[in-house]
Design a protein around this ligand. Structure first.
Ligand SMILES: [Zn+2]
Length: 61
C-alpha cells in the first residue's frame, strides 16, 4: 500500500512489462476488440502476444 495514490505494483519487477502490454492493448484495435456487450474478446495480435509473453515471464522471474 502506498499513500500517494499509485498502486503498489508500480514497484514490482514486472511493472514495465505490464505497462508495455497495457499501453499496446489500449491502442491496438485487435487486442482491445470487444463484443456487443463490451466483453473483451481476448484477441491478441502478434505484438500483443509477444508483450503478453514478456509480461508473464517477468512475473515468474
Ligand atoms: Zn495488438
Amino acid at each position: 500500500m502506498t499513500a500517494n495514490g499509485h498502486p503498489s505494483f508500480v514497484d514490482a519487477p514486472w511493472a514495465d512489462a505490464f505497462v508495455h502490454l497495457a499501453d499496446h492493448c489500449i491502442a491496438c484495435i485487435t487486442c482491445s476488440a470487444m463484443d456487443e456487450e463490451g466483453t473483451n474478446l481476448g484477441l491478441l495480435c502478434a505484438e500483443g502476444e509477444r508483450l503478453n509473453k514478456e509480461f508473464r515471464q517477468a512475473r515468474r522471474a
